[in-house]
Write a protein of this length. Structure first.
Length: 373
C-alpha cells in the first residue's frame, strides 16, 4: 500500500541485472518490444529508453496500434501534466529513418528501460514523493539536466490502458498529486516553479512538501543544468509560458462567487466551456489573457463559435478568437456584441448580448502578470 513510486524503488533494490525495466501492470507488450530498448542502452548507457506507446481500449481491451509515422513524443504544460507533441518527419541528418531514436522532453511513465548504474546515479525516484504523481516529470527533468537523455525507440511498441478512474485509494490522503508536483518544482524548476505554484493557489504555503535538502544536494553533486537550459534546449516546442498576461487565474462569477469558468471534461461536445464549483487547485479552471487578447489554458484557446452560439476551445492559432476583459468586469468577444454570461438559474456558460449592468456577465479575474525573474 505504499503506491507506485515506493514500489518501484523497492523493486530496484533487488535488481541484479545491468538494466531495469519499469512496466505498469495495465500495459500489454508487443512482440519484440524489449530488444530495441536493450540495444539502445547497450549503445549508450546514459539513455533512458522508452517504447512507442499505443493504447488499449478500456472497454474492449483492443490493442490500438499506431504506425511510427503517426506517433507522438511527450511534453508537459505548467499544470504538470503530460501532453503529446507531433514528431516531425526524419530530416535525413539527425534522424535518417522512422526507426531512429527520438528525443523526448518527458516520458509518459508507464514503461521505461534504464541502466541500473544510471538510475542509481540519478538518485532513483525521489523517496519523498508519495504514492503516485509527478514521478515521471521528476525523472525526465533530472535525466536531461544531469547528463542523461530520454529517447523513444520506435521499434519497441507497448500499449497502455488509460483507465477511467483510479483503482486504488489515496489512503485518506488528499492533494497528493499537487504535493508531489510542488516538491518536484521546488527541486528542479528554479524560477519556473511559480507557474505551477500560482496555478494551485500557492498550496506550498499551507501543506508540507517535505525536506528537499538531500534532493537539492544531489542536483549540486551531479552538476546539473538549470531548468532555463532545459526549456531552451530540450523542451523547445508546444509549451506556453504564461507571462505578459493582462489577467490570470480562475474566472469567478460576480453573481455567484462559488462558480468558476471551466473546461468541460464530462460532456465537452455539448458545452466545451462550462461553469463549476470553484476549486483553488483545479487546473481546468485556470485561464490567462495574453497580450494578443487570447484566453489560453496552456496550448488551448477559447473562441466564440457564432454558428453554434457556444464558447469552444481549440489548439491556439494566431487567428483564434480574441477577447477583452473590460473595466466593467465583462469579457467580450472582440468584433462582436457578445459577452460571456452565466445563464439564469443554471451553471451554464452562454454568450449574451453585452450588458454591463447584467450581473450574470460580470467576472472576477485577477488583473496581473507573473514575472519570470
Amino acid at each position: 500500500r505504499k503506491g507506485l513510486i515506493a514500489a518501484r524503488n523497492f523493486g530496484f533494490q533487488h535488481v541484479t541485472a545491468e538494466v531495469v525495466v519499469f512496466l505498469d501492470a495495465h500495459v500489454e507488450v508487443n512482440k519484440g518490444w524489449l530488444e530495441p530498448l536493450l540495444h539502445r542502452i547497450q549503445q549508450n548507457d546514459k539513455v533512458i529508453a522508452v517504447p512507442n506507446t499505443d493504447f488499449l481500449s478500456w472497454e474492449t481491451l483492443q490493442f490500438q496500434f499506431r504506425p511510427n509515422k503517426h506517433q507522438f513524443k511527450c511534453g508537459f504544460q505548467f499544470d504538470m501534466k503530460y501532453n503529446w507533441i507531433s514528431i516531425p518527419k526524419p530530416d535525413g541528418i539527425k534522424r535518417k529513418t522512422w526507426a531512429d531514436p527520438i528525443d523526448t522532453p518527458v516520458h509518459l511513465g508507464c514503461c521505461l528501460a534504464i541502466s541500473r548504474k544510471n538510475f542509481e546515479r540519478l538518485g532513483r525516484y525521489d523517496p519523498g514523493l508519495e504514492i503516485w504523481g509527478c514521478e515521471n516529470l521528476e525523472l525526465s527533468f533530472k535525466a536531461w539536466m544531469c547528463g542523461s537523455r530520454l529517447e523513444i525507440i520506435p521499434c519497441s511498441h507497448i500499449a497502455h490502458l488509460q483507465r477511467q478512474s483510479f483503482t486504488y485509494s489515496w489512503l485518506s490522503k488528499s492533494q497528493i498529486y499537487e504535493r508531489n508536483c510542488l516538491r518536484v518544482a521546488e527541486v528542479w524548476m528554479d524560477q519556473y516553479k511559480i507557474f505551477y505554484q500560482h496555478r494551485v493557489s500557492n498550496l506550498q504555503n499551507t501543506i508540507s512538501i517535505g525536506d528537499v535538502t538531500e534532493r537539492k544536494a544531489l542536483r549540486e553533486k551531479l552538476k546539473c543544468q538549470s531548468f532555463d537550459w532545459y526549456m531552451k534546449v530540450v523542451h523547445t516546442a508546444d509549451i506556453n509560458i504564461p507571462i505578459n498576461t493582462t489577467a490570470i487565474g480562475r474566472i469567478a462569477s460576480m453573481r455567484d462567487s462559488s462558480q468558476c469558468i471551466m473546461k468541460n471534461i464530462m460532456s465537452p461536445s455539448n458545452h466545451p466551456i462550462t461553469a463549476a464549483t470553484c476549486h483553488p487547485q483545479n487546473t481546468d479552471q485556470y485561464f490567462y489573457l495574453t497580450k494578443e487578447n487570447q484566453i489560453r489554458r496552456d496550448k488551448y484557446c477559447m473562441f466564440y463559435d457564432a454558428v453554434k452560439d457556444i464558447i469552444d476551445n481549440e489548439n491556439c492559432r494566431k487567428e483564434t478568437g480574441q477577447w477583452e476583459y473590460r473595466m466593467d468586469n465583462t469579457i467580450t468577444s472582440i468584433g462582436t456584441d457578445r459577452c460571456i454570461s452565466l445563464s439564469n438559474g443554471q451553471s451554464n456558460i452562454i454568450m449574451a448580448i453585452c450588458n454591463s449592468s447584467d450581473i450574470n456577465q460580470q467576472w472576477h479575474w485577477s488583473r496581473k502578470s507573473l514575472v519570470l525573474t
